[in-house]
Design a binder for this molecule. Structure first.
Ligand SMILES: [Zn+2]
Ligand SMILES: [Zn+2]
Ligand SMILES: [Zn+2]
Length: 136
């Protein structure tokens, strides 16, 4: 038995193919097989679901005290009713779905998640935005 071919397809190439097949069918100079149309419908369904999941796992900013002592260069605001800060106090984004309960950072997040400025906001987001679909 031969090894299954591991096709790595670029995100944009898939979108382009779907658009191209749809355009051809609409203009009538290409009769797509029902298999191709089923694949197009499936790609669109999966992409819509992916977009909905990403929308659910949106960003929630975490701030620390900016240290300007009431003399912020930009507008300041209150965080969790505990302190005032401005945009310079921004630390990183967490996930609004995985890490936040009632507008507060969940304790499991504060104690257990590995967040940071260059880190993905959550595992779901990391998985869906990894072009290779690699789970590692
Ligand atoms: Zn400030
Ligand atoms: Zn999440
Ligand atoms: Zn978290």
């Amino acid at each position: 038995m031969s090894e299954p071919v591991n096709v790595v397809v670029e995100e944009n190439a898939v979108a382009d193919s779907v658009r191209s097949i749809e355009r051809s069918v609409t203009r009538g100079y290409f009769v797509a097989s029902s298999d191709a149309m089923i694949l197009v419908a499936e790609v669109k369904r999966l992409r819509a679901r992916e977009a909905a999941i990403l929308k659910l796992h949106t960003t929630f900013p975490i701030y620390q005290e900016c240290g300007h002592d009431g003399d912020c260069p930009t507008e300041s605001f209150e965080v969790d009713g505990e302190f005032h800060t401005c945009e310079e106090g921004f630390m990183y984004f967490i996930c609004s779905e995985c890490c936040v309960v009632n507008d507060y950072q969940h304790e499991d997040c504060a104690g257990g998640h590995d967040h940071g400025k260059d880190k993905p906001r959550c595992g779901t987001f990391a998985l869906l935005t990894n072009p290779q679909g690699d789970t590692k």
